[in-house]
Design a protein around this ligand. Sequence first.
Ligand code: ADP
Length: 446
Amino acid sequence: MFDKVLIANRGEIALRIQRACKELGIATVAVHSTADADAMHVRLADESVCIGSPPASDSYLNIPRLLAACEITGADAVHPGYGFLSENARFAEILEEHSITFIGPTSEHIRIMGDKITAKETARKLGIPVVPGSEGEVVNEAQAMKIAKDMGFPVLVKATAGGGGRGMKVAHTAADLGLALSTARAEAKAAFGNDSVYIEKYLQKPRHIEIQVFGDGRGNAVHLGERDCSLQRRHQKILEESPSPALNAESRKKIGEVVSAAMKKIKYRGAGTVEFLFEDGEFYFIEMNTRLQVEHPVTEAVTGIDLVLEQLRVASGANLSYKQEEITFSGHAIECRINAENPRTFRPSPGQITYWHPPGGLGVRVDSGVYQGYRIPPFYDSLIGKLIVHGKNRNECLMRLRRALSEFVIDGIETTIPLFNELIRQPDIANGLYDIHWLEKYLGKS
Ligand code: ADP
C-alpha cells in the first residue's frame, strides 16, 4: 500500500479521498490555489502545498506544479478525483514516467474512452450497444444532412471532445441542421479548443442509466449495479438514484454482464462508469468516464462497498476484494447535489456561509467541503455538498430524504435545497416517472 497520497483536487471530493486514505493509514497531501488556503481539504490533510493562483490553469490543472508538489512531499501516488486532470491521459503518463502511481486506469484506457467518437467505436467493438449516428466525425453540412435524413430527425450534434453537456445542439428538422452544426462547433472550439463534431439520433424520452464498474487491470472485472441520473438540467445531473425505478432484475443483470465482459476484455483497471441512455427497454451507450463519479456514494449506499478504498487497493496492485456473486444490493439510495446556485436561474451564488447545519440521523450522509464561516470562492464549480439518503426501499428513502432536506440549513448564500424540497413533492418524482427532459419541462412550467 502507498505511504503518502497527493490529492490533486479540492472540495468535497478531496475530503472524500482523504477519509479513505486515513482509514488505510496512508498520509495525505492537499494541494491548493491561493483562493483555497482556508478550505477544509487543506485543514484536514496531513500536509499541504500551495500550487498557484486561483485560475485552475495556474493551479489544479498545472501539471509541472503538481509534480513539484509530489517531489517536495515525497508522495508515491496521486488521486485525481473527478474533473480537473482526472481524465487527462498525458498526466497519467507523466506520473508513471516519474514512478508515481496514478490512481486510475492506464493512460491507454483513458485515451480509448477519451474522445467520444473513439469511445463509441471502442464500445461497438466490445459488443456494447451504442446510439445510432454518424460513423465518426461529420466534416460538412451536406454529409451531415445525408446522415440525418437517413436516420430521421430530430438529431443531436455533439462535440467529439465534449463534456459537462457543452457543445451539444438539437436539430429538430432539416432547417435547423446548419445552425445546430455551426453553434455546436463554435461552443466546442471555445470550451475544448477542438471543433470536431458528430451526429446522433436524438432520443425523445430516454432515461440516463449508468453502470459502475471496477477492474483489477489483469482481466478481472465486476459491475456494481446502476445509477439513474435522469433528473438533469442542461444535460447536467442534479439528482441520482439506485436502483433505477425503470429497470427490473433481468435487464439490470443483462446490461451489467455486457459491461463487465467488456471491461474484462480490455483489462480495465480501477473504477469506471459506462453511461447509457435507456428508452423502450433498450440501452444505448453514450460515453465512459474513466474515473470516480460525483454520484458514487449512491452505489456505496446500496452495495456497502467503499469505492475509494477499493481504488486505492487496486492501484497499489491488489486483486479486487469482491467477486461478482459477492456483491449484493440492499435498499434504495438517492443523492441530491447541493450547489451554491439560485434554485430557479441556477446562477452561481458564491460568498460566505453564515450558518451551516447539515442533517443527520439514520440513513443520512452528507459529503461536503465547506463549514460555517467559509467563503465560497467564485473560481470553481458550484457543488458544495451532496446529501445521500438510504432506506430499505424507495418509499422509505423518499420519506427520509424529505425529512433530511427539511433539516438542512445553509444561510448567507443561495443553494439548490429549495428546488429539491419542491421536487420531492412532485407525483412524477415520487412515482419514479421521469426522463432526461422532465426537469427542464417542469422548470419551464413553474
Ligand atoms: P457530457 O460528456 O457533455 O456530459 P454525454 O454524452 O454524457 O455528454 O451526455 C450528457 C447528457 O446529454 C445525457 O445524459 C443526456 O441527457 C443528453 N444526451 C446525450 N446524447 C443524447 C442523445 N443522443 N439523445 C438525447 N439526449 C442525449
